[in-house]
Design a binder for this molecule. Structure first.
Ligand code: HEM
Length: 592
C-alpha cells in the first residue's frame, strides 16, 4: 500500500514537472512568436523589404554568418528585393551609390531632403540638433557596430581598442598617429623593401616550380602570396619579416591567423545570442584561451623588440607617433596625436593582418581571373603592355606602374577588386542617436546599416554584364575622364558607359576608409606586373570554382595551383637589379 502511494506520488510529481516544462516552453515560444510578429509589423524598420524570416528573427542571419555564406546570400537577396534589404530585424544592407556617403561619409547624418512625399521626421530634428552640438567634439561619423565576444577572455588590453573598432573621437587620434606611415614620403621610402621582397617571391616561386613534385602538382601560389604579404607587412610593422618565404612555410603566428578568423567569426555569432555567450565562454577549453593569449603576447614581444633596434631601412614605426612602451595614459586627449602602448600593440596586429590578408586575396584573384581560358586575350594584352614598357624586369618599379603609365594593369586590378573584393563582408555601422537619412529614407537610431560590396559590384542594376571579367570598362572610365582617347577603342566606351563606377569603393570611404590603399595598390601592381612579365602563369585544371568561397571576416581561400613557365624574353635577361636601389629622396612618386 505504502509502495503504491509512493508510486502514485512519484507519478504525480513527474507529471507536474512535465507540465511545468511544457508550460515554460509554450510561454517561451509564445514570447518568441509575439516578438516575431512585432518585428514584422510594428518594428521601426517594418517598412523595409526583406524575406519574412529575416525580418522577423535574428536567427537566419546568424545561420548565414555561421556558415560563412553572408556575401552570397546578401547578393541573392539584393537581386530579389532591391537596393536596400532588411537582413535581420534591426539590420539593413545597401548596394546603392548614395548609401556610401550616408553611412561611411564624414557627415554620417545627412541633412533631411525636402521633397514631394518626404516629410521631415520629428526624430530628424533631434538628429540635426545632436549633430550640431556634437560637431565640436568629434567629426560626425557613424560608429562601428559594437562587436560582442562571449566573455572577456578575448578582450585583450581593454579598454584600449585598435583603430578599426574604436570610437569616432579616439579614431581621429589613431589616424593622426598612424597616418604619417602612409604619407607619400613614407611610401616612397618603402620602395626598396618592396622591390627586395617581390624579387624574393619570384625567385622562390621559380625554385618551387623546378622541384620534381611541382611538375605535375604545380605550385600553390595562394600559400606563396600569403607568405610574401605577411613577410612584407611584418617587415614594415616589426622591422623584420616573419620569414615565411625563407622557410617555405608559415611562421607560427601567421599559421594561427586563418583558424583564428573562423573562431572569431563564430564567437561573434555566439556572442550575439543573449545569454549563450556567457555559457560558451565558461565551457571554452582553456587551451583555446591560452593559445589566444600566446598569440597576443607574440605581438607584444615583437612590437617591444622593434622599439629596441633601428632597422636598416624605414618601416611603419619610423613614422608612427606613439607614447613609448611604458606610457599607458595621458594620450587620450582629443588633440593628442599618439598611441598608448596597448593601442600600439593592437594596431600592430591590425596592420599586420589587414595589410596582408587583403593584398593576398587581390593577388590570387588576379591570377585566377587572368589565367582563365576565356580571359586569355586579357592576359595577352597585359603582357603586351608590360613588354612594350619594360625591357628588363628591374625597370618595373612602383612609379612606372601608376594608371597613366600602365593603364591596362590598373584596369585588371580594378576589375579583380570588383568581382572579388577583399573587404567583401558588410562593414556594419550603428545609426547614432536621433536617427539618420540613408539613401533618402529615415533610419531610426540603433539600427545597424552597411554596404554589401560583393552584391553591389555584381549587381545588374549597376554594371553592364556584371559577371563578365572586362578590364576595358575601367579604360573607358579613364578615357572619359582624361583627354587621351587613344587607350580605348570606341565600342568599349559606349558599351560600358552605363556602369555605375561611383558605387565601386573597395577601400571603403570616409574617415574610416583604408589607410593602406596606396601601399596595397603599389604592392599588387608590382607583384602582378613582375609575375606576368617573368612567367607564363597557368592555373591547373579542376579549379574553376575556386572563386566560390565562404567568408569568415575575410575570404576563406583554398589552394590555387599554377604552373609557371619562364618566358622566352627573360631567359637571358637581367631579372635582378644590377645597381642598388636609389636613396628614398631620389625615388619618384608612385601615388597618383
Ligand atoms: C587590396 C588591399 C586592401 C583592401 C581591399 C582593403 C580594404 C579595406 C577596407 C574596405 C577597410 C574598411 C574596413 C571597415 O570599415 O570595416 C579597410 C580598413 C583598413 N585597412 Fe585596408 N585594405 C587593403 C589593404 C590594406 C593594407 C596594405 C593596409 C596596411 C598595411 C591596410 C590597413 C587598413 C587599416 C589599418 C584599416 C582600418 C582603418 C581605420 O579604421 O581607420 N589595408 N581596408
Amino acid at each position: 500500500m505504502a509502495d503504491a502511494l509512493t508510486q502514485l506520488g512519484g507519478k504525480q510529481l513527474r507529471y507536474s514537472v512535465y507540465c511545468s516544462v511544457i508550460g515554460i516552453a509554450l510561454i517561451f515560444l509564445f514570447a518568441l512568436l509575439c516578438h516575431f510578429i512585432y518585428n514584422i509589423y510594428l518594428h521601426p524598420l517594418a517598412a523595409y523589404p526583406g524575406p519574412l524570416l529575416y525580418r522577423g528573427s535574428e536567427i537566419p542571419r546568424l545561420i548565414q554568418e555561421w556558415r560563412g555564406n553572408t556575401v552570397h546570400k546578401w547578393a541573392e537577396l539584393h537581386e530579389k528585393y532591391g537596393e536596400v534589404v532588411r537582413i535581420a530585424p534591426n539590420q539593413l544592407s545597401y548596394i546603392s551609390v548614395g548609401a556610401w556617403q550616408d553611412i561611411y561619409g564624414a557627415r554620417g547624418i545627412s541633412p533631411p531632403e525636402a521633397g514631394p512625399g518626404r516629410s521631415k521626421s520629428p526624430a530628424f530634428d533631434d538628429a540635426e540638433k545632436g549633430s550640431r552640438t556634437k560637431k565640436s567634439l568629434a567629426p560626425q561619423q557613424m560608429p562601428r557596430e559594437e562587436l560582442v565576444f562571449p566573455g572577456d577572455d578575448f578582450e585583450f588590453f581593454a579598454p584600449a581598442k585598435p583603430m578599426i573598432s574604436c570610437s569616432p573621437v579616439e579614431h581621429a587620434r589613431h589616424r593622426r598617429a598612424v597616418g604619417p606611415a602612409f604619407s607619400d614620403r613614407a611610401l616612397r621610402s618603402f620602395e626598396p623593401l618592396l622591390l627586395q621582397y617581390c624579387g624574393i617571391l619570384l625567385d622562390r616561386l621559380e625554385e618551387e616550380q623546378q622541384k620534381e613534385a611541382s611538375k605535375e602538382k604545380g605550385v600553390d601560389i595562394m600559400d606563396w602570396f600569403h607568405f610574401a604579404m605577411f613577410d612584407i607587412t611584418s617587415a614594415l610593422v616589426f622591422g623584420q619579416p616573419f620569414g615565411n618565404m625563407a622557410r617555405g612555410a608559415y611562421h607560427e603566428w601567421v599559421g594561427r591567423i586563418f583558424p583564428g578568423m573562423k573562431l572569431i567569426a563564430w564567437s561573434l555569432v555566439v556572442g550575439a545570442v543573449p545569454g549563450l555567450g556567457r555559457v560558451i565562454s565558461r565551457l571554452m577549453p582553456r587551451k583555446v584561451v591560452d593559445e589566444a593569449r600566446r598569440h597576443m603576447q607574440s605581438i607584444v614581444d615583437m612590437t617591444d623588440a622593434r622599439q629596441r633596434f633601428k632597422p636598416h631601412q624605414p618601416d611603419f614605426m619610423t613614422y608612427i607617433h606613439h607614447a613609448g612602451n611604458f606610457v599607458k595614459e595621458n594620450v587620450h586627449s582629443s588633440s593628442a596625436n599618439c598611441l598608448s602602448a596597448d593601442e600600439l600593440y593592437l594596431n600592430s596586429q591590425l596592420l599586420c593582418i589587414a595589410g596582408s590578408e587583403t593584398t593576398a586575396s587581390l593577388l590570387a584573384g588576379a591570377v585566377y581571373m587572368l589565367s582563365r581560358l576565356e580571359n586569355s586575350h586579357h592576359r595577352a594584352r597585359l603582357v603586351a603592355e608590360l613588354q612594350a614598357n619594360f625591357s628588363l624586369e628591374c625597370h618595373i618599379t612602383p612609379p612606372a606602374l601608376v594608371p597613366s603609365r600602365a593603364p591596362f594593369l590598373n584596369a585588371v586590378l580594378n576589375e579583380c577588386l570588383r568581382l572579388y573584393p577583399p573587404g567583401a563582408i558588410n562593414m556594419p555601422r550603428t545609426v547614432p542617436p536621433g536617427g539618420a537619412l540613408v539613401d533618402r529614407r529615415y533610419v531610426p537610431a540603433g539600427s545597424v546599416v552597411g554596404i554589401a560590396q560583393f552584391a553591389a559590384y555584381r549587381s545588374p542594376r549597376h554594371w553592364v554584364d556584371p559577371l563578365t571579367f572586362a578590364p576595358e570598362r575601367w579604360l573607358a572610365a579613364s578615357a572619359s575622364s582624361s583627354s587621351s582617347s587613344s587607350v580605348v577603342s570606341p565600342p568599349y566606351r559606349d558599351y560600358y558607359a552605363d556602369d555605375r563606377r561611383d558605387v565601386f569603393k573597395p577601400f571603403s570611404y570616409g574617415p574610416r576608409n583604408c589607410v593602406g590603399q596606396s601601399l596595397a595598390l603599389a604592392e599588387c601592381r608590382l607583384i602582378v606586373a613582375r609575375l606576368f612579365w617573368r612567367f607564363e602563369v597557368c592555373v591547373l585544371p579542376g579549379q574553376d570554382t575556386w572563386i566560390r568561397q565562404r567568408t569568415f571576416l575575410s575570404w576563406e581561400k583554398p589552394t590555387l595551383r599554377v604552373q609557371l613557365t619562364r618566358r622566352d624574353h627573360c631567359l637571358e635577361a637581367d631579372v635582378v637589379p644590377t645597381s642598388p636601389p636609389p636613396p628614398p629622396e631620389q625615388l619618384q612618386r608612385w601615388v597618383e
